[in-house]
Design a protein around this ligand. Structure first.
Ligand SMILES: [Zn+2]
Length: 202
């Protein structure tokens, strides 16, 4: 049987424990809330310091996304269509850091895709624009450069962007060189044409 003191001291320690739990919970909620506000402010600053794509540019982007969808890249098409915000000029953050390539850049996890003039002018058709968007879709999934270059190179046949169809275009030559730099493991097969492990011709 508990003495009054025990009951009394038990009540105080329970109150103390409950207070500590509440203050830990309150600290957690406040931190999460502050974190979300900070992310929101950062996102708004990225949007405010860049310009949206024009209606004409949007039509080309949409056309390329439709091509991706028709070639079976539904997941990537979904991400590009429903989570990405397309911009045509650099936000302050992109302007402050080196760009990975000149066609496009993606800010993950803010899902902001900046499409530079080369995206429209250096690509020869919708297939090449779809290829660039496929690369950016991998960044929307949080994948790094190695994974993005590797995925596009491995899937170029399915996309319809091959040596045979586009091998002489500036974009094909450029991306092919960048893929060799960013995903060198794909070019280690000495018995394949150009040491390219994804190349069916030997
Ligand atoms: Zn990239």
């Amino acid at each position: 049987m508990k003495t009054p003191e025990t009951i009394h001291s038990g009540t105080i320690s329970e109150q103390l424990a409950s207070y500590k739990r509440r203050s830990r919970l309150s600290l957690f909620v406040t931190s999460v809330f502050a974190g979300l506000i900070a992310l929101g402010v950062f996102y708004c600053s990225l949007i405010a310091t860049s310009q949206p794509i024009t209606a004409e540019q949007y039509s080309e982007v949409n056309d390329a996304i439709e091509l991706l969808e028709s070639k079976g890249f539904e997941r990537e098409a979904f991400l590009l269509r429903h989570t990405a915000e397309f911009r045509r000029s650099d936000n302050w953050f992109n302007a402050a850091v080196l760009k990975a390539d000149s066609y496009a850049a993606t800010n993950f996890p803010f899902q902001i895709v900046t499409l530079y003039p080369d995206f429209y002018s250096k690509t020869t058709d919708r297939v090449e624009r779809a290829m660039v968007l496929l690369h950016e879709a991998k960044h929307l999934e949080s994948k790094d450069e190695n994974a993005a270059y590797s995925y596009v190179w491995r899937n170029r046949e399915r996309l319809g962007w091959t040596q045979l169809s586009h091998g002489t275009t500036l974009t094909y030559v450029t991306i092919s060189e960048q893929t060799r730099e960013n995903a060198p493991e794909l070019f280690t097969c000495r018995d394949h044409l150009w040491n390219d492990c994804t190349e069916p011709m030997k």
